[in-house]
Every structure is written in C-alpha cells, then in structure tokens.
Design a binder for this molecule. Structure first.
Ligand SMILES: [Zn+2]
Length: 128
C-alpha cells in the first residue's frame, strides 16, 4: 500500500528492521533511510549533502530533490514534503538516464577521495 505520510525518527544508526512510514535520520552518518513509500518493502538510502539530498526538519520532514527509485523494480518516484509523500510521475528511460548523468556530474566534481585543498575549498564554499 502506498504511504501518504512519513514521520522522522532521529537515530544514531539504523535499526535492522525499518518500519513503514518512518524516515530514519542519522546525523552521525549524514544519511537517511526509509522503506520505499510504494509499499514494496525495499530500503531506500539517501545520503545527505549539498550535492545529494537536503533534509529540512521543521517539526515535519522535507527531503529535496525528489526520490526516484530507479534501481528498484517498482521505479517509484516521489517527493517527501513536510511529512507528506507527494507522488510524482514515473520518469521515462531517457529521463532516468539524464538524471543519472547529471547526478554523476555533481558527484564527480567533488569526489570524497580528493586531496586536502579540495576539502578546504569545499568547506569554504559551503560554510561547513
Ligand atoms: Zn517501491
């Protein structure tokens, strides 16, 4: 069954069994996890960073950009907006490919393994 609401759970590490309708947020690992909102029961992991997903908490939880589960059989696509699951249309194969390419461009620009000057520059740019 499709979820319509999701509530945040702030945790240090994720439990072995995730509950549907909960978004587990680990500040320590800068990662969020939830069960796919379509009800297929697959775990969806969203790394949180300015280049990946950005999480906002105001009593409810928002994650941006949308979550596209292209790697899952369900290929579901939704936005978590103030604790509400907003269903988006499924992308076509071409759109999925484009999305993946642009994701890679962003991530390739700042590989985690880069030298120290990159890290310093990034921290200066992002204010972290
Ligand atoms: Zn699913």
């Amino acid at each position: 069954m499709r979820e319509t609401r999701i509530v945040p759970e702030f945790v240090t590490s994720f439990p072995a069994e995730l509950e549907p309708g909960h978004l587990y947020v680990s500040a320590r690992f800068s990662t969020a996890a939830h069960l796919c909102a379509c009800g297929c029961g697959r775990e969806v992991i969203t790394p949180l960073s300015p280049a990946q997903w950005v999480l906002t908490f105001d009593g409810t939880v928002t994650i941006w950009p949308s979550i596209g589960n292209w790697a899952l059989p369900c290929q579901s696509h939704y936005v978590i907006d103030r604790g509400t699951i907003k269903w988006a249309r499924n992308f076509t194969c071409d759109e999925i490919q484009l999305n993946r390419e642009s994701d890679h461009r962003i991530l390739d620009a700042v590989p985690a393994s880069q030298g120290r000057w990159w890290g310093r520059l990034l921290r200066r740019l992002t204010g972290h």
